[in-house]
Design a protein around this ligand. Structure first.
Ligand code: ATR
Length: 287
């Protein structure tokens, strides 16, 4: 009779799955902190790092990360458009936005999603308690940030969905691009005169250069929410304008940031993390 084996067959320890955020610059990114907190809270064994890709080296950086065993990446400025092009399987949200902020690698395939819009919608509805259904919703700006938000907002069934932009033609072009999916009003800021909205979202980069927008008086309906997509900057020029117009429900984009991260985490890991504690930790006072 052969001797019974003296040792159990060697089992390899479970591999830590690798994820990263890719951008340029990247040092400011809160994504490693957010995803590490999610992983700890949900008991998921992942490592999440930040990678600065050269401006002309997005695809090469993603390929190298994948070859080293990367399972997925978040993508931030200025690579969101390239991320969508890089994917073999972009979602409808990513295709309509023309941009992706999350990739998942599966064999030879690269799935792409854009979670910015759903992150915004979740923050506005669940965290801030402003339902969008049947409400009058206005997006300021007609760039990539608005493009990513339109479909998820439209899916909530607002009574009115309007886009106003400094360059009115860009707002009209968005209306055309989304015509099959949503009924959108478009125009310049002057055309907003006499209108009022329940939820007004600043998706322009005007605040980043310290500028306010030429918004007509009476734009904020009683009880309106003023939401600025930028985060960590306190009271932005847009939020100050809103407060001076009597708005008390003011929010910056920290909740959108954390909610889009939660969507990506759930997409990768199959577990949805709680967001409240992380949002609270990253929030800065709006003063
Ligand atoms: P993002 O991807 O962040 O949306 P983008 O595509 O460059 O960036 O779009 C920037 C948006 O901010 C645009 O709507 C832009 O208006 P124009 O289309 O007229 O350029 C808007 N924007 C930037 N600076 C602005 C300012 N000082 N005043 C008003 N709108 C501004």
């Amino acid at each position: 009779m052969p001797d019974a084996p003296k040792t159990l067959p060697a089992t390899s320890p479970p591999m830590t799955d690798r994820y990263a955020v890719i951008g340029h610059p990247i040092s400011h990114s809160k994504s490693p902190q957010i995803h590490t907190a999610f992983a700890q809270a949900t008991g998921q064994d992942i490592a999440y790092t930040a990678i600065e890709a050269p401006l002309d080296g997005f695809a090469a950086t993603v390929r190298a990360f994948r070859e080293q065993g990367g399972r997925g990446v978040n993508v931030t400025l200025p690579f969101k458009l390239q991320a969508c092009e890089f994917a073999t399987d972009p979602s409808e949200a990513a295709r309509l936005a023309g941009a992706a902020n999350a990739l998942r690698f599966d064999g030879e395939r690269v799935f792409a999603e854009n979670f910015d819009g759903v992150g915004l919608v979740n923050d506005v509805q669940r965290n801030l308690g402003h339902a969008l259904k049947g409400r009058r919703v206005l997006l300021l700006g007609a760039g990539g940030a608005t493009r990513g938000a339109l479909l998820p907002i439209a899916q909530q069934g607002p009574a009115v969905l309007a886009v106003a932009n400094r360059t009115a033609d860009k707002a009209h072009a968005l209306r055309g691009d989304f015509a099959a999916h949503a009924s959108i009003q478009s125009g310049g800021y002057a055309e907003l005169a006499g209108e009022s909205f329940d939820v007004i979202i600043n998706a322009t980069s005007s605040g980043l250069v310290g500028e306010s927008l030429p918004l007509p008086a009476g734009l904020f309906a009683p009880g309106a929410l003023a939401y600025d997509m930028v985060y960590g900057r306190g009271l932005t020029p847009f939020l100050r304008q809103a407060r001076e117009a009597g708005v008390t429900a003011l929010a910056d984009g920290v909740g959108m940031l954390v909610e889009q991260a939660a969507e990506a985490f759930a997409w990768w890991r199959g577990v949805r993390p709680d967001t409240r504690e992380v949002i609270a930790r990253l929030s800065v006072p709006l003063v």
